[in-house]
Design a protein around this ligand. Sequence first.
Ligand SMILES: C[S@@+](CC[C@H](N)C(=O)[O-])C[C@H]1O[C@@H](n2cnc3c(N)ncnc32)[C@H](O)[C@@H]1O
Length: 326
Amino acid sequence: MGTAFWSSGVLFAAHRLSVFDVLEARPQSGSDLARACGLTPAGAEKLLAACASLGLVIEDESGQYRNSPLATTFLVRGKPAYQGHLLAYFADLWARFGELEHLLRTGEIGPREMAFDLVRPNDERQAAERAWVLAMHEIALGGQAEALCRAVDLSGYTRLLDVSGGAGSYALRFAEQYPGLTAEVFDLPEVVAIADELIQQSAVRDRVRVRSGDFVNADYGYGYDVVLLSGVLHGLGERHILRVLKKSYAALNPGGCVIVQEMTPDAPSPAAAQFAALFSLNMMSGATYSAEQLALWLNQSGFLRITVTPLEQACWFDHVISGHKP
Ligand SMILES: C[S@@+](CC[C@H](N)C(=O)[O-])C[C@H]1O[C@@H](n2cnc3c(N)ncnc32)[C@H](O)[C@@H]1O
């Protein structure tokens, strides 16, 4: 455990230096890669050896390196299962976890993260925010959207509101699955701008649209059959959770349902439970809550017929909790 960050550091550096993009074009020796990626020859050799030890690249008998199938699938820009934005998001959490002790003692981010945020140029900040939104999309495409679609049945419903819907990934997936469904992705203005790009590239662009606003203070509207809250509640404390759930309740038609998708410490697999426990540490407010606690909050907000569904296969969110408006 003490050296786990070594592997993360190698992965982040190799990805940021475009090592996997360069190797995908053709196998390279250490000195070729040094030239292509702007590294010292010694640095390139060490990085390649470290990547080989992690199963990211493979060396042949002539000393040339190529991507492993793992790297080709997930780490090359433009590939359908590319996870690079998610990696960039993890790399952004580096400072937070490096100064965890400070966060735990004070409840505030540490001086190094603060200093980093202050000196970060605007274009880098915007790129990081965009990477974060696209990271959420990569999670959805990486199996989460399929898992959610299998866990809930929206047959007969016609209007869905995806509150804090991020890239709109789940609204898009549901619209694809249910031809009679229209969906609205509600999020902050800069986020819905990115969602709208993805919507316009999709086959369901005529049935999915965006609306910008603040989920704590905005009126969600009314007449919806489904309100989706995916990965939203873990960022909030109890007071705001109940506020969001009550607004969701008000937005629904009688018979409509709220769907909460979350990571929980009572996840079906030990690995997922560990992920939820560690994930909870990087949040300034909020926490990963148990499925039972989330179900209780749904009930306190007026929802009935509450069901709790563990997602065995999903890699990020491990539970769906849904409830109906009577
Ligand atoms: C963890 S992401 C989840 C995104 C998406 N639902 C998903 O599961 O991929 C949390 C979302 O909450 C949004 N958010 C944060 N503060 C917000 C606010 N005040 N009003 C509306 N959305 C907000 C973020 O922009 C982000 O898209």
